[in-house]
Unconditional design. Structure first.
Length: 279
């Protein structure tokens, strides 16, 4: 609005200057005509004295007109000077505005570069944490597989003990002694099986704890993004991270408590003579 008012004022002033210039040209032409008539009157002044008075009055009128023309020229010169001063001020204001816009654009570019670097660093940290969580999950799965293999071996040993027990029933006193030994081995095998099941459930519990830790890490990352960026387009990514962290924490919590219940149940099924080693 300020620029429009300034340009409108400048245009109005130029129009007034143009009209004044036209008037000055007309007055100059009128002055030349008056000078010609003065010369004619001076030639005729010698003829009659009465005409001299008439010519003198006209001369006074012409001098007054010339004075008015000189005053108008002076006003036109002042107006031209004022217009040139205003145009210079406008040019200075435009130059300062261009400099300020250039500096603001440079600052915005620097801020965008800093935000990009921070986002890349945070992405790299999140990737490293994800790889660590995946490595832990793989290790837990490997441990679970080893526990399953041990359980299968224990089951095979149990089957072999039962076969030996059936064969020992066909023998005499040595068979009874071997039977007692086989029962003891069977009890130990069952105990090992239950202990291996407990190890398996504990490994699963550690896997679910890894899910909980990963979910908490995602939740911390989403809170950090929200505190840094506030309400922006990054809030969608924050909401996604928060929802993913809640899903992982709920899934890990359910699995962990389920494995803990299975471990407690297996511990209750152990024989009374067998106890867990105290740390």
């Amino acid at each position: 609005m300020a620029w429009q008012t300034i340009t409108g004022g400048v245009r109005g002033t130029l129009r007034s200057v143009k009209s004044l210039l036209k008037r000055s040209v007309d007055l100059q032409e009128t002055g030349t005509e008056l000078e010609r008539s003065i010369n004619d009157l001076e030639h005729q002044r010698t003829e009659t004295t009465s005409n001299l008075l008439h010519f003198a009055s006209k001369t006074n009128e012409y001098t007054e007109r010339q004075t008015e023309m000189a005053q108008e020229r002076t006003a036109l010169t002042r107006e031209q000077t004022r217009l040139s001063t205003r145009s210079t001020e406008l040019a200075n204001i435009r130059t300062e505005l261009g400099r300020e816009r250039t500096s603001m654009a440079g600052q915005r570019t620097d801020l965008a570069v800093l935000r990009t670097d921070m986002a890349r660093a945070r992405t790299n940290l999140a990737d490293q944490r994800t790889t660590l969580a995946r490595t832990r999950s793989r290790l837990a799965e490997d441990r679970t597989d080893l526990a399953r293999q041990r359980t299968d071996q224990a089951l095979r040993r149990t089957q072999m003990a039962e076969t030996r027990t059936e064969l020992s029933t066909q023998r005499t006193t040595l068979a009874e002694q071997r039977n007692t030994l086989a029962e003891g081995r069977n009890l130990m095998a069952q105990t090992r099986t239950r202990l291996s099941l407990m190890r398996t459930e504990l490994a699963r519990g550690r896997t679910y704890l890894a899910f909980i830790r990963t979910g908490l890490a995602f939740l911390t990352l989403s809170v950090a993004f929200f505190r840094y960026f506030g309400l922006s387009w990054w809030s969608l990514f924050d909401v996604f991270l928060g929802a993913l962290s809640l899903i992982m924490v709920s899934f890990g919590g359910r699995g962990y408590f389920r494995s803990m219940r299975a471990t407690g149940k297996a511990e209750k099924d152990l024989p009374p003579n067998v106890g867990l080693p105290t740390p």
